[in-house]
Design a protein around this ligand. Structure first.
Ligand code: WQD
Length: 338
């Protein structure tokens, strides 16, 4: 079976391509390389021994999307990662985010809706919950007004899929709401490659640990949490990648009860910023240089998943601990800086 992975050279996309190939799927990647290097193909191939098909173009080019599907009539499923995902940038450039994250989704769904039975996995985010009222967060938690255009594109994206599935019973879709992906493949042949100064906590920690950054700024320790720092659900990227394969198989084997389903994908455990720093120090033996600064606007206090639906319905559960994930992130950082 052949699976299209858009954004397949990206952080989560590349790890998902590896897990798809491990399960015997043929993979074709579309990526415009705006936020990923074509070299990632070599990393994937080095792990699985199989080079995925790859086409470099921008999904905003509708003509190219139509041409792709006219040449690839044997696509059995699509996992759609390709999107812009920097929260801060989305506030400064909302139209870039609405165009890139939504027009591409519409073009893909238009193609799939004409294909007859089709299977679609959407990369969504816990960002859709905003600051949820109760922890852990279930899929029934209300979707709150987005804190950023990026988060809004995930909310609107889910609605576009939901409305498409309503009128196209043949379109079978699942949205996976990620919590905080981190880490790297244990082989250290693929991992997270943030462009420029990392916005996310874990790559900033490992870059500080290796000496690329002077000091980590901890954005606030005056939150109403045990140690005053924000809490998140940090999930190993390989666990997250495996969730995509399980979700896709659910659709391909017609085990889904409805033609549109949503799942939280996290570990179910919340960790504070200071606990993540302590995890780094434990696994690396490096004392991390950090300071407490003001809060970052838009941060929620706490977000960690109730994963019982994914555990029960998908038969999927995250296996790695925070230390396992941090160990893989540190190994990767040392590898790419060697
Ligand atoms: C985690 C915690 C920060 C950096 C974002 C997106 C989300 C998803 C994951 C795409 C927060 C603190 C961070 C730093 C810090 N992305 N922090 N110093 O904001 O939870 O989620 O990335 O899907 O959609 O919103 O992740 O890693 O930026 O922050 O203290 O230098 O670490 O305040 O409490 P976040 P993050």
């Amino acid at each position: 079976m052949k699976i299209l992975v858009t954004g397949g050279l990206g952080f989560i996309g590349s790890h998902t391509v590896v897990e798809l190939q491990n399960e015997g799927f043929d993979v074709v990647i579309i990526d415009n390389c705006s936020n990923a290097s074509e070299d990632v193909l070599d990393g994937i191939t080095a792990i699985t021994g199989e080079k995925p098909e790859f086409e470099k173009f921008d999904l905003r080019d509708k003509t190219k999307v139509l041409d792709f599907f006219s040449r690839h009539k044997d696509i059995d499923g699509v996992i759609h990662f390709a999107a812009s995902k920097a929260v801060g940038e989305s506030v400064e450039k909302p139209l870039l985010y609405y165009e890139n994250n939504l027009s591409t989704l519409v073009y893909l769904l238009q193609q799939l809706s004409q294909k007859g039975k089709s299977h679609f996995i959407f990369s969504s985010s816990c960002t859709v919950y905003g600051q949820a009222d109760e922890m852990p967060i279930t899929e029934n938690a209300p979707v709150k007004p987005a804190e950023s255009p990026y988060g809004n594109t995930k909310q609107i994206g889910e609605e576009i899929i939901r409305d498409s599935c309503k009128v196209t019973p043949e379109l079978q879709a699942i949205s996976l709401r990620y919590f905080n992906p981190m880490g790297a493949h244990p082989s250290a042949k693929i991992g997270e490659l943030p462009l420029g100064v990392p916005q996310n906590l874990v790559p900033f920690i490992t870059q500080t640990g290796i000496g690329l950054r002077e000091q980590l700024s901890v954005f606030g320790d005056d939150y109403p949490t045990e140690d005053g720092t924000c809490i998140r659900d940090y999930i190993h990227v390989v666990d997250l990648a495996k969730a995509h394969v399980v979700a896709l198989k659910r659709l391909l084997e017609s085990k889904n009860e409805k033609n549109y389903e949503v799942f939280n994908v996290g570990t179910g455990t919340g960790s504070s910023v200071l606990e993540v720093i302590k995890s780094f120090e434990r696994v690396s033996g490096v004392k991390l240089n950090y300071k407490i600064v003001d809060r970052r606007p838009g941060d929620v206090i706490s977000a960690y998943a109730d994963t019982s639906r994914a555990n029960r319905t998908l038969g999927w559960k995250a296996e790695s601990t925070l230390d396992d994930a941090m160990r893989s992130a540190w190994l990767w950082e040392k590898k790419i800086r060697a």
